[in-house]
Ligand binder design. Structure first.
Ligand code: AP5
Ligand code: MG
Length: 215
């Protein structure tokens, strides 16, 4: 049973690794960013509340995200574990999540902290392209699709995320440093964290994660 959290700055490769981890360990992949983006696309009440924050690279208010995650974790597919990407993202969210887990008599297996120096994050994000249909992630130079603008997996159209404009990305880095990086110490204190060199190749990063998680 794996109950996992992926931590790391924007562009660290959380989404890229999450897809592989979820497949390998047969656990649902839960990305708060993806869920919020889907709500924006569908024009739900949650999407309307979240859009302004996301467009500026700010965090969505804690209570909205906490409610979203707590609801998602009640789905049956989480009975055998889960992989969270992008949550918790503030100390308040982490404390609230700890209370939730304790109430359910659950414990995290480990928090995987993907570390990448900031200077290589920006080119990764600026070059990222995402499939509008299935969400698969590409990069214009390091991981290009076979045909430009077209998803290898489903043939869907690739696009750039609304918050991947340079100015917004720089704000997301600031927000990460101020509000999310303190979680590293938080989980270090709880002895629940493992660090991974995210500057390595995608395969090397995945191998390092499997080494930590076991077969
Ligand atoms: P979210 O969607 O979580 O974005 P993020 O944390 O900024 O992270 P990214 O998705 O940009 O990066 P990633 O680490 O997934 O990298 P990826 O694998 O794509 O959040 C978006 C927004 O939602 C937030 O700003 C906030 O507003 C809101 N939100 C979400 N959760 C919230 C919460 N809990 N509380 C409040 N607000 C919340 O990789 C990036 C690129 O690099 C790709 O092109 C990829 O191909 C390439 N790449 C990946 N790995 C490698 C490698 N090893 N070598 C070379 N290239 C690589
Ligand atoms: Mg992501």
């Amino acid at each position: 049973m794996k109950r996992l959290v992926l931590l790391g700055p924007p562009g660290a490769g959380k989404g890229t690794q999450a897809v592989k981890i979820a497949a390998r360990y047969e656990i649902p992949y839960i990305s708060t960013g993806d869920i919020l983006r889907r709500n924006i696309k569908e024009g739900t009440a949650l999407g309307k509340k979240a859009q302004e924050y996301m467009d500026h690279g700010e965090l969505v208010p804690d209570d909205l995200v906490i409610a979203l995650v707590e609801d998602r974790l009640t789905w049956e597919d989480c009975n055998n574990g889960f992989l969270l990407d992008g949550f918790p993202r503030t100390i308040y969210q982490a404390e609230s999540f700890d209370k939730y887990l304790a109430q359910k008599d659950m414990k995290l297996s480990v928090v995987l902290n993907i570390r990448v120096p900031e200077e290589i994050l920006l080119p990764r994000i600026i070059g990222r392209r995402v499939c509008k249909t299935c969400g698969a992630t590409y990069h214009v130079s390091s991981m290009p699709p076979k045909a430009e603008g077209v998803c290898d997996l489903c043939g869907g159209e690739l696009h750039q995320r609304a918050d991947d404009a340079e100015e917004t990305v720089l704000n997301r880095f600031k927000v990460y440093q101020a509000q999310t990086a303190p979680l590293i110490d938080y989980y270090e204190t709880a002895d629940e964290i493992a660090h991974i060199d995210g500057a390595a190749s995608q395969d090397a990063v995945f191998d390092a994660i499997v080494d930590i998680l076991g077969a």
